[in-house]
Structure formats: C-alpha cells, structure tokens
Design a protein around this ligand. Structure first.
Ligand SMILES: Cc1cc2nc3c(=O)[nH]c(=O)nc-3n(C[C@H](O)[C@H](O)[C@H](O)COP(=O)(O)OP(=O)(O)OC[C@H]3O[C@@H](n4cnc5c(N)ncnc54)[C@H](O)[C@@H]3O)c2cc1C
Length: 436
C-alpha cells in the first residue's frame, strides 16, 4: 500500500490531520490499532479550551458537535482569594467559548468525519509495529492486521499515537520527561446541580485541584487531582474519599453519590513529556509530541491545534521529499514556539507546589478585577502566549488592583460569593506579595 501520508493514531490529532491533509490533495492512510470506529479515549476529562474553536470550525465540526449536545463552555476558578469569573468578550481577539463534550461523543464523530473525507483511507484494527526506512529517512510503517504484517509506504509518517508514542520511540526522537506529583480521579454523575450550567468549575486548593465539568446530555464529570501522598491515604475507598473531599470545597455543586453513572476512573501515571517534534519524513502531533499535565485541560486543544499547524506547514510541500522535510523543520519550530513556555510552567506546577509569587499576584487580582480575570482566562485557555500574559501593563494592573484592595480593606473590596473562603488574612499576605 502506498500513500502520501501514513498517520498512526485515529484519535483527535490523527483524524484532524487526516482531514486537513486530504483536503489539500494528499492520499492519506489513517491507521489505528482499535478495531471499532466507535472507540474513544476513556482516561480524559472534557473541557476543550476556546483556543481550539477555530480548529474545530476549520474541521467543519462545530455544527455537528452542537447537534450532538456539546456545551459552549466558560470557566470559573475558585482560589483562596475567591472566585475568578471571566466574562466572554465578543471584541477580544480570541473566541468566546470552547466546548465541553465527552470523548465517547467527540472521538467517533471526528473519526466519521475523517473517514468521509475524500482521500482518507481509514484502517482500523491495524497496530503499527515498525517503521519503514529509506536511508535515514522514515518512509512508511509496518502494521499488523489480523495477524498479518502489512507495509504501508508514505512520503510522510505522522505519529499521532498518544502519550506513549511507539512511533517516537521507533524513530529515536529525543524526549524530556518530567514527573507529576499528582494523581487523577474522576467519575460521572447524573443530576448534578450546576448554578451556571455551561461553565466548567475548578478549585485550586493548592496543591490539590478539584473540578466539576458539565457535559452533553446532562452528564457531569466530577473529579480531583490530589497529591500522591493524599491519594495513598485514600486507598481503602477512593470513591468515598473523593466524594467527601469534593463536598467540602466551597460552592461545590450538589450531587447525589447514588446517581454516579460510572466506576471511579484514575490515572496514576501522569507525566509531562516533550519530544522532538519532527525528523526527516516524520512529524509528531498531539500527545505524541507533547504530554501536558491534565490539570490544565490543554491536551485536546493542543492535539487539534498541532494537526492544524502541521497541515499549514506541509500541505504545499507534497511535490518533493526535500520540500516536505524543510516544512517539517518549520512545523517543529512553530510547535515549540507555541507551546514551550506554557509547558515549562505547567511542568513546574505539577511538581506539587502552591502558587508562586507571580501566580499569586495574577490569581488574586483576577478574583477582584474582571479585566484581569479575562486576561488570566485567555492565558489558561492557551489563547495567549506566556509573554503576553506577563506583559508589564498586565502585571502593573494586577499589582494596582491588589494594592487598592489592601487599602480599601478586604471587607469593602472583595465581592464575596456565597461560600467563598477568602479572608482578611489572605489579603494581608497579599500586600506583602505585591510590595516589591
Ligand atoms: C486524566 C486525564 C484527563 C484529561 N483531561 C483533559 C481535558 O479536560 N481537556 C483536554 O484538553 N485534555 C485532557 N487530557 C489530555 C487528552 O486526553 C490528550 O491530550 C488527548 O487525548 C491527546 O489526543 P491524541 O489524539 O494526541 O492522542 P490519543 O487520544 O491518546 O490517541 C492516540 C491514538 O493512537 C492509537 N495508537 C496508539 N498506538 C498505536 C499503534 N502502535 N498503532 C496504531 N494505533 C495506535 C490509539 O489507539 C489512539 O486512538 C486529559 C488526559 C488525562 C490522562
């Protein structure tokens, strides 16, 4: 079998990439080891940031997602200074919403869209085991199907095979792995009483984090990221411990444990991984390129976006392998530029620590000032670069907000929301933080 491109992995990154490259005239083999087209990633939560919306639009998915019940999402975050409640700004440079949609809905829908795109050959039940080489250039894959090995030749191989990427390993891509001090727990519940039914809610308990995400069809995902040490103490009955811990969070939506609709799901092997994004004849996208702490919910967004970045760079290079390889180097640089600083800060926070001084400055100001809240949300949604987030005017505004807050006294300045645990002591600590 000969194709222009062989994409290993028919999940978010792989399907998106297949659609975009096939539209540009490439003959695409979209390969996945799962045997059913309805397969989906189970260990995932479902907040897709607003910065992914342009890619979903480009893929022609927005209307389909909304028909399937996907929720146009917002985000609210509880901090020790109170709630950060960003407002959607129709005049901002970024979209007003992302989507909350379960992977069991999203993955099959995106895969069907890919399979229906002229030029895409979907090969389910094919496990990629080896790479084909032409000299030092990757030239295809060898996949096992029904016990039989098949050579699939291609001018470009795309590794979209997730966080344990076999493709990256076979190609010898360099990688940097950072430990994650937290563990993920979550389960699904029906009938959760959200006061803002479209907003994903997160609680920064420093260092633990809790979350409540409304999803399509009235299903909600409730969960948390406790430290490994805390998770160790929960071993006797993790679901009961998780529910008790969630219930003590300020303003946590009411839920009935009896209406839990799934088993407890847990990811005990969280890591941050950055890999070399490209080699001659090979590109990595999605989690294969970079695995990020799920606490920040950025992985799906980057999976979708990186497929777009790859297509933008290589789609005009179909003519020759040297043009493809040049385009791959440019893609790798672009991916690094877009994600490197975000990933660095994410990896640092996942070593289990409380907010650092800059985070304290921005989160506390965001809890008190709508503009800083929107600024913080754009950064956390990965719509804004780290440099832009930390631009002097934004830091200065945050410092002014906090100084004003300190002068006016916490009782007057803090518009407390019911159940907020912000205290005078927090405000006092805060003055010390912003003085330098
Ligand atoms: C607990 C948890 C919670 C998360 N929550 C969020 C969230 O709220 N928001 C968010 O944006 N992200 C979240 N993420 C991250 C998100 O799940 C990933 O970033 C995203 O799934 C990456 O998509 P992908 O297409 O790159 O890879 P995957 O979705 O992992 O897909 C990889 C595909 O490759 C296939 N494959 C693998 N090996 C082979 C092979 N040898 N041959 C053929 N096929 C192969 C697999 O079958 C699979 O279909 C979370 C992750 C975890 C662990």
């Amino acid at each position: 079998m000969e194709f222009d491109v062989a994409i290993c992995g028919a999940s978010l990154a792989g399907c998106s990439s297949a659609i975009l490259l096939a539209r540009a005239g490439w003959r695409v083999a979209l390969i996945d080891q799962a045997s059913r087209a309805s397969a989906y990633k189970v260990l995932c939560s479902h907040h897709i940031h607003l910065s992914a919306t342009p890619t979903l639009h480009r893929l022609g998915l927005e209307a389909l997602l909304e028909q399937a019940g996907a929720i146009r999402n917002g985000m609210q975050a509880w901090t020790r200074w109170g709630w950060v409640r960003p407002q959607a700004d129709p005049h901002s440079a970024w979209p007003t919403h992302g989507y909350n949609v379960r992977r069991q809905t999203l993955d099959p829908l995106l895969r069907a869209q890919a399979a229906a795109t002229p030029g895409v050959t979907l090969l389910m039940g094919h496990k990629v085991e080896q790479l084909l080489w032409r000299g030092k250039r990757v030239a295809g894959v060898i996949a096992r199907h029904d016990g039989v090995l098949r050579d699939i030749g291609a001018r470009l191989v795309v590794g979209a095979d997730g966080r344990h990427s076999r493709i990256a390993r076979l190609a010898g891509c360099r990688e940097r792995v950072g430990a994650n001090g937290r563990v993920g727990f979550f389960a699904y519940y029906d009938g959760v009483e959200f006061t803002a039914p479209n907003d994903s809610l997160i609680w920064f308990r420093e260092p633990e984090q809790g979350f409540a995400f409304p999803n399509e069809n009235g299903s909600a995902q409730l969960g948390c990221y406790p430290s490994r040490a805390m998770a160790q103490c929960w071993q006797d009955n993790p679901v009961a411990h998780m529910e008790a811990w969630l219930r003590q969070l300020p303003d946590f939506p009411r839920f009935d444990p009896a209406r839990r609709s799934s088993v407890l799901l847990s990811d005990q092997h969280l890591q941050n991984v950055s890999r070399e994004r490209a080699r001659p004849g090979l590109a990595l996208i999605g989690d294969a390129a970079m695995v990020s702490d799920p606490l920040w919910g950025s992985g799906c967004t980057w999976a979708l976006q990186s497929a777009g970045w790859l297509a933008d760079h290589v789609q005009a290079a179909l003519g020759s392998v040297s043009a493809i390889d040049k385009a791959l180097s440019a893609y790798a640089r672009h991916h690094r530029d877009q994600t490197r600083w975000h990933q660095l800060l994410i990896a640092d926070f996942s070593r289990i620590r409380n907010f650092n001084p800059v985070e304290r400055l921005m989160f506390s100001a965001a809890a008190r000032d709508a503009r800083t809240a929107t600024h913080l949300h754009a950064y956390g949604s990965r719509a804004m670069s780290v440099g832009e987030f930390l631009r002097p005017s934004a830091l200065g505004r945050a410092a002014m907000v906090n100084l004003r807050h300190a002068w006016q006294g916490p009782a007057a300045a803090f518009s407390a929301t019911p159940g907020s645990s912000a205290s005078a002591q927090d405000a006092a600590v805060h003055v010390v933080e912003v003085t330098p």
